[in-house]
Structures are given as structure tokens and as C-alpha cells.
Ligand binder design. Structure first.
Ligand code: PLP
Length: 432
């Protein structure tokens, strides 16, 4: 399979190149040159298959030219080490819980798949692979935990000193092994700038094999399609149409759902739900697509003013904006509406995190305007990850899940880094 740039169909690269580069040189996103359609025989028995069996089939259909059957099994087995239960929350409404992984958020799926795929494609005996990550919190923890212990790959995380919550920081600074954290005397943008400069530096790239694992990488994007198939396999079989509501920031997650649909999964409709960073909902309602400065909200992992996966949404519909607007509805909510939703759903016995709450409300609003549906919203993080917000909204104490509490007792281990590129460069040049 070749992968093309959303800016130029004729720019096509191999799987390994797409994974190392992340972003195409023309700043486009990579997409598979064709989308395989799974056979009816697969959908006939999907309800009898395990998550992993679904994974072998879906991943195999895209990667079979590039990887052996054994590699495909290894890749799926390494990724799907935890479940994604579908929990009934109300009449015809289901929560797809994507927070049962090591860092309690859905990004664990993509990060685990990415680490394994990189080790398969890039590791050779000569050069160690070095993944550089700038993080303001969540990405660092998902990537670090996804790559922990993966042979031949080292992860170097740059994060701004004093700007990341203690709980988030602990999730990547306490791991050791092949994960190193550099505490930068600056803000997130400084970290990101240094990482970008490193990728452009000739001397560094001659000496080291540097890669990014950022959220637009196909190795993080594609595996997210798996849980849409799995959720569909669990949903009651009846004559209702199926809608998925996805709390969205960079729009990678929802784009993976649309990929699943293009592969033949009979999802009738998608709801793109956002906080006040509502560039895409505005676009879907008829405005021009116009990025804006991001607004801070309580669902802060979705505070994105320039959603980077938007070109993928369009590409999945063959560039047909009308079709995109027909199949995807946008809704956006204020922090007050998010809190109100968390309080209301708590009464029926289910605790939402602020991101899941945005997705839930989008689903309910769509279903009240359109009859004949059953719906799934993606619960993208465990409420304990946003403990302060959730406790304040619900006026009760949350018990942190053991996995999260365990991070808190780990010992933080970081190296200080001054806020200048020369220092970072000499640090990298001095690695073994
Ligand atoms: C990253 C993230 C999102 C947004 O996902 P996108 O793929 O960027 O749209 C939603 N919820 C949580 C908890 C996240 O960490």
C-alpha cells in the first residue's frame, strides 16, 4: 500500500516513509491510496468475533502488502491489551469506554500501535530510533507509556517546567527505561519549536534517526478505527440506524470512525461534538472553514483552534463537501452546558468526564432531532483524569483508579534543559 499526501495525490510514499515522516513534506497528511472494503462474510459474523479477531481482519486488510500475517497479529496483540466495553447509559444510548488503557484515555490505542509498528519498520541494528515529543500533558503520557520497553526505540519528551499538572507529569517522568523527560525552562511552544528545529537540522539527521509519533501520524490514526468495529459488533441488532458521537479536538478520532465506515461498517451518521472551539461545527452548518486562536475550556484536550485532521475528513468523502455535511452533524457546548450534562447523567448513575459529556450531549441533541437511531458516544478519558473539574461539578469525591494512583507514588526523574536549541542539539549529539 502506498500513502499519498492530502495536498497532492501524486506524492506517494511507502508505509515506512509515511510513519517516519509523520507529515508529508508539502505539509499534507498521509492517507492510504485506496480504502479496502471488508467482505459481507466478515460483517455477518462480526458479533461472534473478539476485539483482537476484528483487529486482525481490519488491520490485515490495510497492511497485508507491507507486513506478514505474524507481524499483523503481533501488532494487534500488542495494541489491544485492554478492553473497550460498550456500556448502556440510557434508552438507545451507549458509552464506548476507551479509558481502560495505561494512561486512561483513548490515545493509548494509537500510541501502542505506533510504537510497535515503528519497531517493526524502522529498527535495524545500526541506528536506534529516537522519538522526539513536545507535550503540554496528555500526548507525552500516552506516547511514553505506549513506547515503554519497546526495543530499539528511545523516547525523548520535552515539557514546560511547572506548566503540566502533577498527575500528568508523573505519567511520563516516572517511567525510566527507554523514556527520558527533559524539563524545559519555557512554555509548551518553546518545546515544540525545539523539536521542530531538530527535525530540520541536517547534522542531527545525519547522525540520528529521528521521528515524531505525533497525532497526525497514520500509525496513530488508523488503529483508532478498530474500536468502531468492535462497538458495532456489540450494539443490539435491530432495525434502528446507528449514529456515533465523537468529542473532537484535532478530529483524528472521528476521522478514524469515518474510515471504518468507508471500509463498509454500516454507520449511518456521525456527530462531531466540540467545546467552544467550534471551527468544524460552524463549517458543517455552512460557514467557511476558518481556524481561530484556541479557547481554554474544561474539556481541555479538545482546545484546538486549528483542527489538524480536517483534510482527512474531506479526503474520506472524496473531497465532496456536500457529502461530508450530509453525513456529519456538528454540535458545540459551553463549559456550563458540559457541567450541566455531567450532573444530569450522574443522576442516572453514570459518571462522565468533561470530554465524554460533550459527546453525550451531541448524541442526545442529534437523536432528539432525528428519529429511528440508536447511538454510541465515545467516552475518551476516565473521569479521574480530570478529577478537579469532575469533583467540583458533581460535588463529590472521586476515587482514583488504581492505575492512576500508582503513577502518583512513582519518583519523578527529569533532566533540566535550557530554553535554547543549541543546548538541545548538543544533548542529542552526545547520546551514545
Ligand atoms: C485528544 C483527546 C480528544 C480529542 O481527540 P481528537 O482525535 O483530537 O479529536 C478528546 N478527548 C480526550 C480525552 C482527548 O485526550
Amino acid at each position: 500500500m502506498k500513502f499519498y499526501s492530502t495536498n497532492n495525490f501524486n506524492h506517494q510514499v511507502s508505509l515506512a516513509d509515511a510513519v517516519v515522516k509523520g507529515l508529508a513534506p508539502d505539509q499534507g497528511l498521509y492517507m492510504p491510496e485506496r480504502i479496502p472494503i471488508l467482505p459481507k462474510s466478515f460483517f455477518d459474523i462480526i458479533s461472534d468475533l473478539s476485539f483482537k479477531e476484528i483487529g486482525y481482519e481490519v488491520i490485515g486488510s490495510i497492511f497485508c502488502e507491507d507486513l506478514s500475517d505474524e507481524q499483523i497479529r503481533d501488532l494487534v496483540d500488542h495494541t489491544l491489551t485492554f478492553d473497550a466495553p460498550l456500556v448502556k447509559v440510557g434508552k438507545d444510548v451507549f458509552s464506548l469506554e476507551l479509558f481502560h488503557g495505561p494512561t486512561l484515555a483513548f490515545k493509548d490505542f494509537g500510541a501502542r500501535f505506533c510504537s510497535k509498528l515503528m519497531s517493526m519498520l524502522l529498527v535495524d541494528s545500526n541506528k536506534k530510533v529516537r522519538v522526539l515529543v513536545a507535550t503540554s500533558g496528555d500526548t507525552g503520557s500516552a506516547v511514553a507509556n505506549g513506547f515503554l520497553g519497546v526495543a530499539g526505540v528511545d523516547v525523548i519528551i520535552l515539557f514546560p517546567k511547572g506548566k503540566v499538572s502533577e498527575l500528568q507529569e508523573k505519567q511520563f517522568t516516572t517511567l525510566g527505561q527507554n523514556i527520558t523527560s527533559l524539563e524545559v525552562d519555557g512554555v509548551f511552544d518553546d518545546c515544540q519549536k525545539m523539536v521542530k528545529e531538530a527535525f530540520l537540522d541536517q547534522e542531527l539527521n545525519q547522525k540520528l534517526l529521528l521521528t515524531s509519533a505525533n497525532s497526525i501520524n497514520i500509525a496513530r490514526w488508523i488503529p483508532q478505527a478498530l474500536y468502531y468495529f468492535y462497538a458495532f459488533s456489540k450494539i443490539p441488532k435491530n432495525d434502528k440506524k446507528v449514529v456515533f458521537a465523537v468529542p473532537s479536538g484535532n478530529f483524528g478520532n472521528i476521522a478514524a470512525g469515518i474510515l471504518a465506515q468507508r471500509m463498509g461498517l454500516p454507520i449511518d451518521h456521525f456527530v462531531a461534538a466540540t467545546n467552544l472551539n467550534k471551527v468544524v461545527p460552524d463549517y458543517l452548518k455552512g460557514a467557511e472553514f476558518k481556524s481561530m486562536a484556541s479557547i481554554q475550556t474544561i474539556s481541555n484536550s479538545m482546545d484546538v483552534g486549528n483542527p489538524s485532521n480536517f483534510p482527512r475528513l474531506l479526503a474520506l468523502f472524496g473531497g465532496d463537501e456536500h457529502l461530508l455535511k450530509n453525513k456529519v452533524s456538528g454540535y458545540f457546548y459551553s463549559d456550563n452546558e458540559t457541567i450541566e450534562t455531567m450532573q444530569q447523567v450522574k443522576k442516572s448513575g453514570y459518571t462522565l468526564d468533561p470530554h465524554g459529556a460533550v459527546g453525550y450531549r451531541g448524541l442526545k441533541d442529534f437523536m432528539s432531532e432525528n428519529s429511528g437511531y440508536q447511538g454510541v458516544f465515545l467516552e475518551t478519558a476516565h473521569p479521574g483524569k480530570f478529577k478537579d473539574v469532575v469533583e467540583k461539578a458533581l460535588n463529590e469525591k472521586l476515587v482514583l483508579p488504581e492505575r492512576l494512583a500508582a503513577f502518583m507514588s512513582g519518583k519523578k526523574n527529569v533532566e533540566p534543559l535550557e530554553n535554547n536549541f543549541e543546548g538541545f542539539k548538543s544533548y542529542l549529539l552526545n547520546l551514545d
